[in-house]
Design a protein around this ligand. Structure first.
Ligand code: SAM
Length: 295
């Protein structure tokens, strides 16, 4: 039994927001589409129940996001409470990671994505309000603890970091294949239109440098192999392939199934529900799922 919507898209993974709280204030952040202050964060038990219910439909992959997932002191407990899965990952700003990378790995976290919009300490501070040295320590700790491949998420911002792609590739080269660079097209959630880069030009640049190009099934993302480093390009905007191949279901930090990042009018509440009930609610969420960008 699978979770397939009317557009033939089968859910393969859950993207669970653990909290809306964050210790940074990134100028571009979409907060996983959560627009309001959320106080009643899901418990570790509810999260485990949602994952258990989705397993009935063959879902074996979970990614944690937020807000900043490491703002949850019980992140390790949340991971330990999960049933057996193929892949447990998280996306983090990395600033709180260094002291917890080991305990997260021991709890069962398999790998991690770390947001790094710039390598310049000044630019990093301007974009996020944070200290880059803490992120760099987090990256090293993640690699040392085997949370690999570490994906460095770089949302492209015109006039801020669009000239830094080569520098970022040189940076990850030092990690000898343990880090992948993920270049992400800006989704304009916060009137950040002025920062939008021409993603076709980025694609052409990568094509001109690559010795090999592969396409992932997930969102049909392209992977470029350039001078020993791997670079992935994520193009969510006006991209019917992005939606047509979307195989993830989101869960908000207060326990509502969120069938689409870009919509908030079709949520399904599963907070504090038992797994049997959640099984039925997962089916209901499928009825509410449709591609935002249609072909
Ligand atoms: N605090 C964590 C972090 O910084 O990675 C997790 C939350 S953040 C919302 C999750 C992911 O969304 C990050 O990879 C980030 O780069 C990406 N993201 C945030 N805002 C975005 C935007 N406006 N357009 C595209 N991607 C965005």
């Amino acid at each position: 039994m699978q979770l397939t919507d009317a557009f033939g898209r089968t859910i393969k993974s859950l993207r669970i927001s653990l909290t809306n709280r964050c210790n940074l204030n990134c100028i571009y952040c979409h907060r996983e589409g959560e627009t309001r202050d959320i106080k009643n964060e899901m418990s570790a038990g509810t999260i485990a129940n949602i994952v258990r219910a989705s397993q009935v439909f063959g879902v074996r992959r979970v990614k944690f996001s937020g807000g900043e997932p490491l703002m949850r002191d019980d992140f390790e407990e949340i991971i330990k409470a999960l049933p057996d899965l193929k892949d447990i990952s998280a996306t983090t700003n990395g600033t709180l990671l260094a002291p917890r990378a080991q305990s997260l790995a021991e709890s069962g976290l398999c790998r991690i994505n770390i947001s790094l919009p710039s390598l310049s300490p000044e630019k990093y501070r301007k974009v996020t309000g944070g200290e880059i040295s803490r992120v760099l320590a987090g990256i090293d700790a993640a690699v040392d603890c085997g949370l690999v491949p570490v994906k460095l998420n770089m949302v492209l911002l015109k006039g801020i970091n669009d000239a830094e792609i080569t520098k970022m590739m040189d940076f990850i080269c030092r990690y000898e294949g343990k880090i992948i660079l993920q270049l992400i097209e800006l989704m304009d959630f916060r009137e950040t239109g002025n920062y939008k880069v021409n993603i076709n030009e980025v694609e052409k640049f990568l094509e001109s440098k690559a010795s090999e190009i592969k396409e992932r099934a997930m969102h049909r993302r392209k992977k470029y192999f350039i001078d020993g480093v791997e670079v992935e390009l994520v193009r969510p905007i006006d991209n019917s392939h992005f939606c047509a191949n979307c195989n993830r279901l989101r869960v908000t930090s207060d326990g509502r199934l969120k069938p689409c990042l870009l919509r908030n009018d079709n949520l399904v509440d599963v907070n504090n529900k038992e797994p049997e009930e959640i099984v039925e609610l997962l089916k209901l969420a499928m009825d509410k799922r449709e591609p935002f960008y249609k072909g």
